[in-house]
Each structure stands twice: as structure tokens, then as C-alpha cells.
Write a protein of this length. Sequence first.
Length: 294
Amino acid sequence: MSMTFQPLHPDFAAEITGVNIAEPLSVDQREEIRAAVERYGVAVLADQPLDHALQIRFSEFFGPLDMGFRKASHSPSRLHYEELLDMSNVGEDDAIVPRDHRKIVGNIANQLWHSDSSFQKPASSFSFLLAVVLPQKGGETEFADTRVGYETLDPAQQAELQGLVAKHHPLYSRLQLGDTNYTQEQRDAIAPAAWPILRTDHPSRRTGLFIGAHAHEVIGMTVPEGRMLLADLLEHTTAPARVYRHSWRVGDLVIWDNRVTLHRGRRFDFSERRELRRTTVLETEAAPSRETAA
């Protein structure tokens, strides 16, 4: 059975059918999935009940696995693999954690628009998020395509962004939320990264906006001016008409390209169990940019 691709939004995102990730895939099949994620930015595969090892094995085809923010937080995990990120409100004792627990802060931080691991070099390419246990309502994930964000700016705004570079810090969004209890070692675990705001995606040759909650300063601008510019770009890119909202089903595997999309989780009742597992892979070849970061 061949794969089919059903668009989920007028601008981006598609559902892939005709493939079972739990079965051995040919190189051609995996490359077809890669090409679909790069084209659509977001790919949804339903009914993929992967165990830990299968999710790791499938993800590794697309690049070396990345631990992302865990390099700074050093948070313990109840999962079998260090590279398998526990996107849940469940503690090591398998019980739902209290509302003041660090994992709840992580859940709230994920409700900000962001690109996974934009705060490091190399940044990430693909993320793979698998739904295991879901609350009765809420907890959707929203996506926006930053190529569409750039392409819908007027020419004067596009010209204004030429050559601008933004700094991304792993703790910036957490500190803004009041999550300040980090040691100096944790604060220094990941050096901030500087990225051009305009990045041309290698596979599609389309330019997008590399922005999000980790971006906190524009080099050469005052801090207030730079942050307002970043906020305006984020508001434009994530306007409701440009957003795809994914309502999860158990067994959904959603893959997205962090180089060309932003995403955020939506609110849910933290007293209800919610478990998702994420793997993320590092970019192995830097995406071409309009400008090179200093």
C-alpha cells in the first residue's frame, strides 16, 4: 500500500496514511516521510502505538537524537531512554505531580510559541511527538508555518529584516514565567545561540522567520525595540487563520520541522493524566541563511 498525503490546512500540514511505523520501513519509505515533513512542515500519522525502542529507532533515521532543554534542567526521567523526552504531568512514581511541580512549569512553558532547541547550535530539525494518554479535553497542539509568516509580510517589512540576527536563550521563557530556581551550572549548560531572523529552508528554498519564545534580543537594536519587533513578527506569523490546531488521538505520531514551523501546547486540566513522548533530532547540515550570524 502506497502512502497518501491529505492536507490539513490551506497553507501547510498534512496527514500521512498507508504506513505503519512499527513495521520495518524501506529507505525509500523513510525518505518519502522526510520529504513530506519538509514540504508540509507538519505531518500527522494516526494509529502508531510505538514502544520506547521503536520511537527511538524510527527517529534516529532522521538524524542524531537531541536532549534539548534537559541538558540545562538535568531533570530525571521515568522513561527508558535519556533521549526520549517525557512530555507529561506524571512523576517518577507514576503519579500525577502537584501543580507546583517543575514538570507543570514545563507544561506551561510549552504553551508559548517556540521552535524546539532554537537556543543551541546545531539546532534541531525534526521533532516526533507520540500521544500515549490524553485528558478528556484540552491539550491540543497548534502549529504555524514561518515560511508563510515571511511570505505574507509586505515587501518593506521583508526588507527591514535583511541581515538582522536574534539571540536565543534556553532559559529566557522559563525565567519570564517565574521559573528562576536554576543553579549557575544549569544556566551555563547551554550557551545562547545567535541566528539570522531570515532563514532559507534548504529543501524548499523558501525563506522563513526563525523566531519564537527563546528569541529575546536582536543584535544592533535596543532590548525593548528588538523584543517588540520579535513580538510583532510572532503575532503576525501565528494569526489564527495561519494556525493548524491538532486535536490528539491516542496513537497519533506528529512530526514537524523546527526549521520552518513554530508550535505550542494548549491548556488542559493538570489534575488529569496526560502523557506524550517526544524525540528530537539535530540538524546535521546547517540550513542556508540570508545572512550568517556573527
